[in-house]
Design a protein around this ligand. Structure first.
Ligand code: MTE
Ligand code: MO
Length: 252
């Protein structure tokens, strides 16, 4: 389909259903305009039109939990691995020694109360536990139990402005990424500090990782140190995944 056909197709879907399409541009992913990113627009528009905004990813039973081998950059403190950041990688290694007692999550940007949160602070929010299937773009999947604080609670606490549209995540390795407010406020979107009943293991993203259950594996940023709320889409640059051809929106 050409982009024009897609637009017609989506408009058709919208008017035949209960949804009203108010403007063709309103559901464009922020990466729209880059010819390599045409597919993003289709997935994003289709999902944003067809799925209720708070539709939940499937949750499983304890007996479904599979043993998961951590993949990706499993050790941000290892300077031989791809994705090593000389400043933040060393900091991560230092903080890991005493179970991240000195770690603080920085929350900044379009918020009225920017601040720093310790793991203890995050554990004081009402937690959410969910057993979900992680689906890696490379083809494997694994079911695990994740416990953490709903991202929404932290965004509320920090006084996120109504003008905010994106939440950007920065990790201790070079893996910046972002999600839109619909995913950020989704009830299953959590900053996980626990996995399968234990503290989040180092290779799986300690001290905290994002769980964004309606997107593919690589959107689940591990080893988070900073969150920045923005009113506009920010391309994270050379180390961001979209520059190397990965879709920004990978709804499943
Ligand atoms: N910071 C960071 N987050 C990351 C990655 C990474 O290399 N660095 N890899 C991603 C990919 S491709 C996947 S599939 C999952 C893997 O999570 P796991 O190691 O817990 O299985 O983490 C994602 N989050
Ligand atoms: Mo992945």
């Amino acid at each position: 389909m050409t982009p024009i056909d897609r637009r017609g197709f989506l408009a058709g879907l919208a008017t035949s259903g209960t949804l009203l399409l108010t403007g063709c541009g309103s559901e464009d992913p922020p990466t729209y305009g880059n010819v390599l990113r045409m597919g993003d627009r289709f997935t994003y528009s289709a999902q944003r039109l067809l799925l209720p905004r708070a539709s939940l990813a499937r949750e499983y039973d304890r007996r479904d939990i599979s043993s998961t081998v951590a993949i990706g950059n499993t050790d941000p403190g290892n300077d031989h691995l791809e994705g090593f950041d000389p400043v933040w990688g060393r900091k991560w290694a230092e903080q890991a020694v005493d179970d991240f007692r000195d770690w603080r999550l920085e929350v900044a940007g379009a918020v009225d109360r920017p601040g720093l949160y310790s793991l203890e602070d995050l554990r004081r929010f009402p937690p959410r536990t969910q057993i979900t299937k992680h689906m890696c773009e490379e083809g494997w999947s694994a079911i695990s139990e994740w416990t953490g604080v709903p991202l929404r609670a932290v965004l509320d606490h920090a006084g996120t402005r109504t003008s905010a549209r994106f939440v950007n995540f920065f990790s201790f390795d070079t893996n910046p990424d972002s999600i839109d407010m619909i995913d950020a406020l989704h009830p299953q979107t959590i900053l996980a500090y626990g996995m399968n009943g234990q503290a989040l293991p180092h290779p799986h993203g300690a001290p905290i990782r994002l769980r964004v259950e309606r997107q593919l594996g690589y959107k689940n940023v591990k080893f988070i140190r900073r969150i920045e709320v923005t009113e506009h889409f920010v391309d994270p640059g050379a180390t961001g995944l979209i520059q190397s051809g990965w879709s920004w929106y990978t709804g499943i």
